[in-house]
Design a protein around this ligand. Structure first.
Ligand code: NAD
Length: 244
């Protein structure tokens, strides 16, 4: 795979899966845009990734931030070839105890943030008559999970959103797909109690947690020429946890 002259925007890419996705594209010669909440952090990560990376601060819940982000990307690189909607958070608790704020915050960042970024990127991609949009959902969006009603709803919503956008944008040469990771070792899952991690892992046929690179590989596939006839799909990267 080679992404020379392609510009890739990855939201929430200061660490974890997003950072690994950005590094993977940069290693294949893409221009990568690191986008996250803190300006100093995105600049530092971009500097570590190398000359083809730039860091632009953007909160995906802010239309103004996202408008500025895409303006700056087009100013610098002239185009947007790939958008990866990766920014996401959890606010886990049982549904019966879940407050409205934790519901709204998770839905705003994980689902609405992806809609807002996709809408702006799609406007640019429609003019180009090409583009790839890839959203990071989750296996819990397919299966549900006790203690994650807000998160599972946001990730299931992302799948419906992906399929709808895929149908709307196909005629303009834009594909829209989603990756549904299972249990991936990052700071997000590090916060889980050991017992919960063990309970998850015993159900994984491949008997190991996934790595950010495992998720990045699936994203690279959707962004590559190899996936030019693939749209509206959800690829589980979960060690076999959910087989349907
Ligand atoms: P992480 O917490 O390590 O990283 C998430 C990044 O998103 C952070 O850098 C954070 O600052 C950024 N972010 C949060 N809110 C933001 C906002 N409003 N605007 C911009 N950036 C924001 O998480 P991760 O484990 O790397 O997860 C990345 C994505 O993968 C998330 O969407 C997550 O739901 C999904 N996912 C993770 C796992 C897993 O096991 N780790 C499994 C399935 C899906």
């Amino acid at each position: 795979m080679d992404f020379t002259d392609k510009t890739v925007v990855v939201t929430g890419s200061a660490r974890g899966i997003g950072r690994s996705i950005a590094e993977s594209f940069a290693a294949l010669n893409a221009n990568v845009v690191i986008c996250d909440l803190d300006q100093q952090q995105v600049e530092a990560v971009a500097a570590e990734i190398g000359a083809r990376a730039v860091g632009f601060k953007a909160d995906v819940t802010s239309v103004a931030d996202l408008e500025q982000l895409f303006e700056k990307v087009v100013e610098k690189f002239g185009r947007v070839d790939v958008l990866v909607n990766n920014a996401g958070i959890t606010r886990d608790t049982l549904m019966i105890r879940m407050n409205e704020k934790d519901w709204d915050t998770v839905l705003d960042i994980n689902l609405k943030g992806s809609f807002l970024a996709t809408k702006l990127a799609a406007k640019i991609m429609m003019k180009q008559r090409s583009g790839r949009i890839i959203s990071i959902s989750s296996v819990v969006g397919l299966t549900g999970n006790a203690g994650q009603a807000n998160y599972a709803a946001s990730k299931a919503g992302l799948i419906g959103f992906t399929k709808s956008a895929a149908k709307e944008l196909a005629a303009r040469g834009i594909t829209v797909n989603a990756v549904a990771p299972g249990f991936i070792q990052t700071e997000m899952t590090e916060a889980m109690p050991d017992a919960a991690k063990e309970a998850f892992l015993v159900q994984v046929p491949l008997k190991r947690p996934g790595t950010p690179q495992d998720v990045a590989s699936a994203v690279l596939f959707f962004a590559s020429d190899a996936a030019s006839y693939v749209t509206g799909q959800v690829l589980a990267v979960d060690g076999g946890l959910t087989m349907q």
